[in-house]
Design a protein around this ligand. Structure first.
Ligand SMILES: Nc1ncnc2c1ncn2[C@@H]1O[C@H](COP(=O)(O)OP(=O)(O)OP(=O)(O)O)[C@@H](O)[C@H]1O
Ligand SMILES: [Mg+2]
Length: 249
């Protein structure tokens, strides 16, 4: 369970997040929606430990991560959290398989094991014959599936995604929704997804509505008229900050 309490964030005079309280339950698919500038990316990055709040606490299963040192925090992130961005953020000079293997290598695993696991995940996501392709040789949907495989390689409990289908056509968007639903069902992963895409909002258990740096409503999928999913085994600027992108990999 992830708990955000009393989160505030300002840039100079601009108050971007104002006293946010939010709990993300294990195995849930939560989406965060709202107009441009509402603070969605900022909230996602604070919840995902890529950014820190001015005030308030972020805790994972009762552990306050805002008090961890940088080194312990990056280790925690590598083990427990996966990130997917709108523009995939794969490294252009590496193959799909190497890109996916990277977080496992950073976590200290051998190259052999990391490459093997990367191949399995890419296979599972329908990319078994694209292992040696570089990102520039993949389609947009294939790149995004490779980015999902990279987010999954350390088997994180939670995945944060910022507009993961924002750069895709409708068929690829549906594929990504299917992948997310399947991962939650089979592996029990928790997803927190910022999106403008109604098809992703429709697979969510809860939809968090933001405006002007505040949460203005939380709706369950039943209220939204979508089918209920099982509770047990659920133009972004997220990629514009190279330091955060590097932390996320
Ligand atoms: N590093 C920064 N410095 C100054 N202002 C910032 C910074 N990052 C974000 N902001 C401002 O904070 C506000 C919220 O930004 P955020 O990226 O969280 O919005 P968003 O809801 O994700 O919007 P979008 O849907 O357009 O991606 C915006 O007004 C933005 O201009
Ligand atoms: Mg955004």
């Amino acid at each position: 369970m992830i708990r955000l309490e009393g989160i505030t964030k300002s840039y100079g005079d601009l108050c971007v997040l104002s006293d946010i309280d939010l709990t993300v339950h294990d195995h849930e698919i939560m989406t965060i929606v709202g107009p441009s500038g509402a603070g969605k990316t900022t909230l996602l990055q604070i919840a995902g430990t890529l950014d820190s709040p001015d005030h308030g606490t972020v805790s994972y299963d009762g552990m306050d991560i805002t008090s961890l040192s940088d080194r312990r925090l990056s280790d925690f992130r590598n083990r427990h959290i996966g990130f997917i961005f709108q523009f995939h953020q794969l490294l252009p000079e590496f193959t799909a398989q190497e890109n996916v293997a990277l977080p496992m290598l950073i976590g200290g695993e051998s190259k052999k094991r990391a490459m093997k696991r990367a191949a399995e995940l890419l296979d599972d996501l329908g990319l078994s014959d694209r292992l040696r392709h570089k990102p520039g040789q993949l389609s947009g949907g294939e790149r995004q599936r490779a980015a999902i495989a990279r987010a999954l390689i350390n088997n994180p409990g939670v995945i944060f995604a910022d507009e993961p289908t924002g750069s895709l056509d409708s068929r690829n968007r549906d594929d990504i929704c299917d992948v997310i639903t399947r991962l939650r069902r089979d592996l029990g992963q928790t997803f927190v997804i910022v999106t403008h895409d109604p098809s992703i909002a429709s697979i969510a258990d809860r939809v968090v509505d933001m405006a002007d740096g505040r949460i203005v409503g939380i709706h369950t999928s039943e209220e939204a008229g979508s089918p209920k999913l099982p509770q047990e085994p659920d133009n972004s600027n997220s990629g514009d900050n190279p330091e955060r992108t590097e932390k996320a990999i």
